[in-house]
Design a protein around this ligand. Sequence first.
Ligand code: SF4
Length: 169
Amino acid sequence: MALHKVDYSKQNGLPIVLTTVDKLIQWGRSNSLWAVSYGLACCAIEMMAAGGGRFDFDRFGVIFRASAKQSEVMIIAGTLTKKHAEFTRRLYDAMPEPKWVISMGSCANTGGMFNTYSTVQGCDRIIPVDIYLPGCAPRPETLQYALMILQKKIRRQTPRRKQPPKRLV
Ligand code: SF4
C-alpha cells in the first residue's frame, strides 16, 4: 500500500478549521435563506427578476417558497394597502422563528408616493423590518446586496440566546 506523507509545516499549516457550534449554525442558516414569494406591486417584478437565471439567487442559498411555513425571510415588495395588511401580519406570524423581513422599495418603506387613506405608510407599522431597501423600484442587484447584508447580520447573531424583541414603529 502506498504511504503518503504530507509535511504540513511546508504547506501552510495543518488542515484544521477552528470555530464554534454557534458560528457554524449561523453560517449554515445565513446560506440557506428561503424567502416567501410575496409580491405586492411593481417592485415584485424586480424581485422575480432576481430569482431568474441572470441574477441567480439560488447561488446564495435563497430559494423562493410558496408557503410562509417553510420560509424564514419575507421580502415586502410593493405597496402595502390597509386592506391587505392583516394578511401580511398573518403570513408573518405563520413563519417559524427565527425570521427576517426586507422592505423593498419606497412604497413598502414609507408608503412612497401613495400618501392616501388606503395605503400603509411603511410596513414596519405592522411587522418588524430588518433591512430597508430604497428606490422605486430597486434593481435586482440592490436586493442581492440587501440579502448579503442580511447574511452578515445573521452571522453576527447567536442561535442560543434569546434575540431581543424587534421594534415596531
Ligand atoms: S416603490 Fe415604485 S416600483 Fe415599487 S411598488 Fe412603489 S411605485 Fe412600484
